[in-house]
Each structure stands twice: as structure tokens, then as C-alpha cells.
Design a protein around this ligand. Sequence first.
Ligand code: KIV
Length: 275
Amino acid sequence: MSTGSGNNRPVRVTTQTVVDMKHRGEKIGMLTAYDYSMARIVDAAGIDIILVGDSASNVMAGHETTLPITLEQMMYHTSCVVRGAERALIVADLPFMSYQNTTKEALISAGKMMKEAGAHAVKLEGGAFIVDTVKKIVGAGIPVMGHLGLTPQSIYKFGTYKVRATEEDEAARLLEDAASLEEAGAFALVLEKIPAKLARKVTEMLSIPTIGIGAGSSCDGQVLVLHDMLGLNKDFNPRFIRRYADLSTVMTGAVQNYIKDVKASAFPNENEQYD
Ligand code: KIV
């Protein structure tokens, strides 16, 4: 990992950097990316963490859920992102059924993601059920980001994408899970779609950073799916998404103009061809 000394590369964000950011009260920006070109843009814009999310299953592959994406497919996306990012910490999701079976299988999956795809850390969904797995992976020197609240790999268990932990018993369990994941060695925790007050409680309780998505402004950082915040995916409209661009409209206009020019023999012109 380049430290930035002796070349023109920016200093790489590390797991320690984001823990230090929490303690300084500096918010952490995280976005997803799944390919080289997008990773370059997001990295050069100054994002702290790029998550190669298994949301690739939805936005890149068009599946309804995150369940179908495989470890090999996630490793492909991760290796593309790694080549595009010089500064950001790159966290890769371990996909459904690549870590739930045994701690040994989980360590093998995490090891492949680091060694072959070049990730800097892995993210796993779940609480008490994965604590031993987190200990095993962290014990091997691989940083782990946890993920609590709405965990999309369990969507068929939940049966719905509604806000999680609104009832006292689930909120209490989430607090216990958060403490256990920190204790197991996780360096950060994603909190997805839980009440803002609960996210605040978790954030105050932990010394590792929380990264929220639909979890309010008290989290130490925020994450969005890149395609959602760029307006590339207009069919998905939960209230926690803020659209920072309308690239779907921009791209549609560009493609329509191109088609118009081709049909009218207006592209290419004489400066766009060779003598
Ligand atoms: O897969 C993903 O994009 C995620 C984020 C929504 C946190 O896990």
C-alpha cells in the first residue's frame, strides 16, 4: 500500500484513518463503485471509502436481490475498482453464502478478496451469528466492516425492506450486536435503515465509526449507492436517497442526439474523420 511518500500519489485512507476521523469528529464519506471508470471519478473527487457493494447484483446485473451475485463476480468488480482508486480505502462485500457456512469458508473467501482481488477490507452482514467469523477473519489480519439493521442478504427472512429495529426488542438486539462486533475487532459498522435515534445511540456507544444509510445524521459517516445518488436508477425512491445529479436524463439526451446526428449524416463531420 502506497503511503504517498516519494511519489505523486495521494496518501491512502486506511482503517486507522477512518477510526481517527471519528475521534476528531470529521465525517466519513463512502460511496459504492463497481468498475474502473466510476472508481477513478469517485476517488479523484475525494471520497474516503469506496464500497464494492453486493448491490452490484442489483445495479450492475439487474437482479431483484443481492443474493445471486457470486464471490468470483464480486472479486471481478473489486479488482476493477482497485485499479481505478489511488486514495480511497476499498471495502468489498462478501456475498451471500460465501461466509455463512463455516468460519473456515469465510476466511478463505475474505483471503481471496484481499489476495486476488486487492481489497483493503471486507464487509459482512449480521450480528451475533457472525461474531466468531469476524474474530477469525480479523485474527488473520483482514479488516472487517460490519453491517446491521436492514441487511439485504436476509431479505427473504425479513420479507420486506421496511425500517428495522423500530420495536424495543429488535433495537436492544441491535445494540448488543453492535457491541459484539466492535469487541470481535470490526473497524467500522454500516447501519442501514434504522431509526435515527437508535443510530445515534449506537454511534455514541461505539469507539469505531458508524456509516449510515437511512440511519440519520448522527452516524460518523454516510454511504449511498452511486447509481442512486447520480440519478441513474430512477425506479428506486426511498426517502433516504438524495439525488445529486440526474444522469439518466443527461445520458438519454446524449444518446438521442447521437442517434439523430447519425441518422442525419451529421456525425462524423470532416474534423472527425481522417484524410
Ligand atoms: O451493497 C451495498 O451497496 C451496501 C450499501 C447499501 C451499504 O451494502
